[in-house]
Design a protein. Structure first.
Lengths: 316, 290
């Protein structure tokens, strides 16, 4: 196992380095002058020159990158040019919102997806299975903002039982917070369950055809016991990966959902930084999101190996 | 392969009927919808439509009538005209970006899988780095820096989808490069170009086409997301995403302004997914029975 961690780590480091380089280089794509673009209306020759000095824009690109990387490694992602807030502080302030949304979305998705997958896998190709799988396929084609709008229309406008955009911090009012998280959480959960269903359903179906399940049936165990005790655990390996990947994706905030429901998470910070041309914040957000994504994927890989003895012992 | 033998045994008319039964009614409904949307989008300048950018303060949020078959939006613009011209933007991005990605990624994957060596190392490494980014975040960031325009949008979305296509093409190539017919072609003195184009490419074509169709669905969604956030197709050009964003502000008084483009977009994404998934299940031996 330790050997495996080592091998994966050797691969992780160059990827992380490449991710930082690419994040940095995207900014170099900007046609024209970064300082000019950031200052917008307030650009005077003195302002521009001062910002050039501050950002080191006159240095060659590779020196700029090393300079920037050194700051990043010491935990300095720069300071917002508009608000004067450090990027690290801005991200840290918004991370809890994105994390709460992530937890609600994953729990909701599992709560819908796992029971339905078991229901379908017990009788593949039955009427129930066909309907549920069909609905799941349809949901996979649903663009996230469409689903959000449908939910807002039904629950906030027509029924008027849930708020669409009034975010309440958790520390201020727990119940109010959960109410304000209900629609965005439901949007993401409804987008997640079809993937969960598809993966678990197909793994369960193949597990249920194994010899040891036939053996358990022959011993006279109930179908329920076989499904829950004998089949579910060995079938959930791919599911662990899928949920892990979702977490990696959502840890950087759900850009669309947070924007539509006006949740102050990382996804919204990123979009706002684009609207306000606050490129330092944008760069910091992209770096955070990408590094979080890579690191979570790495951990998921390890978890998968820890769960599956075939991979753990390098025999897969 | 059994499918090919069977079609050979039947006459052409019989083969067509057989194939239709196998692919299912839903598949052909999806194909029909895609054809309709493509036709309307392609012919939109020739159709007797209102000007999609012409505003009319007297006819704001009009319900469907003879003058405006689908009604008007919050600025009094004809919804049907905007829907069809919006399809042009959505499909231009949704078809050209996957097309570019399939050509570039297909070529890279083919070369990497065939020649192996340093070319493969670089291709796989570069793909892994691009895949390490959450795609939507990368798309948002790059368009923010490059500036909003339809060509930029196509460029960015194509660049983001190249790695996935490369993977599929490379895996397919690795699967056939040691097969007997390739060895035979090599023994007969065929050039690399000939082996790549005549022996290997036809064998990875179907999975690539199936993936292309799924990509179209993915990219139409991505374009919708970017335009919905106001960071995709620049105004005044209509696109389904920006139409839905405009409709959201009128959801309480005139929900149809958002729901008409939303329905068109959902059906189109669903149709491409259905067709792509069906083709993929035919090519995937593990799922051939389903």
């Amino acid at each position: 196992m330790l050997d495996l961690v080592g091998r994966k780590l050797i691969y992780l480091l160059p990827v992380l380095l490449a991710v930082t380089a690419l994040t940095f280089l995207i900014a170099a794509l900007l046609p024209g002058d970064l300082a000019l673009a950031m200052l917008g209306d307030q650009a005077t020759p003195e302002n521009v020159a001062a910002l050039h000095q501050k950002l080191g824009l006159d240095l060659p690109l590779w020196q700029q990158y090393l300079h920037w990387l050194r700051h990043v490694l010491s935990g300095d992602l720069g300071t917002s040019h508009r608000t004067g807030e450090t990027v690290v502080h801005a991200i840290a302030g918004r991370l809890p919102v994105s994390l709460e949304l992530l937890v609600i979305a994953q729990l909701g998705g599992l709560l819908i997806g796992v029971p339905l997958a078991m229901l379908c896998a017990v009788r593949p190709d039955s009427a129930v299975d066909r309907v549920v799988s069909g609905v799941a396929f349809g949901m996979l084609s649903m663009p996230p903002f469409l689903l959000a709008i449908v939910l807002i229309f039904i629950f906030a406008l027509r029924l008027g039982i849930l708020p669409a955009t009034a975010y309440v911090p958790l520390a201020q009012d727990v119940l109010g917070n959960l109410r304000s998280m209900a629609l965005p959480g439901a949007t993401l959960a409804l987008l997640e369950w079809p993937t969960i269903l598809r993966v678990l359903r197909s793994d369960l179906i193949s597990t249920l055809q194994e010899d040891y399940i036939a053996m358990a049936r022959a011993k006279g165990l109930t179908a329920r016991r076989i499904l829950f005790v004998h089949a579910l655990k060995p079938s959930s390996l791919t599911l662990v990966t899928v949920v892990g990947l979702n977490i990696g994706r959502l840890i950087g905030g759900a850009v669309i959902t947070e924007s539509i429901f006006a949740l102050p998470g990382i996804g919204r910070l990123l979009v706002e930084s684009i609207y306000t041309r606050d490129f330092i914040v944008l760069q910091g957000c992209v770096l955070f999101v990408a590094v979080a994504f890579v690191v979570v994927n790495f951990l998921v890989d390890l978890l998968y190996a820890a769960l599956d003895p075939r991979i753990r012992h390098g025999r897969a | 392969m059994a499918a090919l033998d069977a079609t050979g045994a039947l006459g052409t008319a019989g083969a067509a009927a057989w194939r239709r039964r196998r692919l299912g009614t839903v598949f052909w409904l999806a194909v029909a919808w895609i054809a309709l949307v493509l036709l309307l989008a392609f012919c939109s300048p020739l159709l007797p439509l209102a000007d999609p950018a012409k505003m009319s303060l007297l006819a704001r949020r009009a319900v469907p009538s003879a003058a405006h078959l689908l009604g008007t939006d919050a600025l009094g613009r004809d919804l049907l005209a905007r829907l069809i011209f919006g399809a042009r933007s959505s499909l231009a991005v949704g078809l050209l970006a996957p097309l570019a990605a399939t050509l570039i990624g297909g070529a890279l994957g083919l070369l990497a899988g065939y020649f192996r060596g340093w070319l493969e190392t670089i291709t796989v490494g570069a793909s892994d780095v691009l895949l390490a980014f959450p795609p939507l975040v990368l798309a948002l960031a790059v368009t923010a820096y490059l500036g909003q325009s339809v060509p930029n949008l196509i460029l960015v979305l194509a660049m983001l989808t190249v790695p996935a296509v490369t993977r599929i093409a490379r895996a397919g190539t690795l699967g056939v490069r040691e097969r007997d017919f390739v060895t035979a072609a090599r023994a007969l003195g065929a050039s690399h170009t000939r082996i790549l184009l005549r022996e290997i490419l036809p064998n990875i074509m179907l999975p690539l086409i199936a993936y292309f169709l799924v990509l179209v669905a993915v990219i139409i969604t991505a374009e919708g997301i970017l335009s919905f956030l106001g960071l995709g197709v620049p105004p005044p050009l209509p696109s389904w995403g920006s139409m839905i964003a405009e409709g959201r502000d009128n959801l309480d008084v005139a929900p149809q302004i958002a729901f008409i483009p939303a329905t068109a977009m959902f059906l189109t994404v669903l149709a491409f997914n259905l067709v792509g998934d069906r083709l993929r299940s035919i090519t995937d031996p593990r799922r051939a029975g389903s």
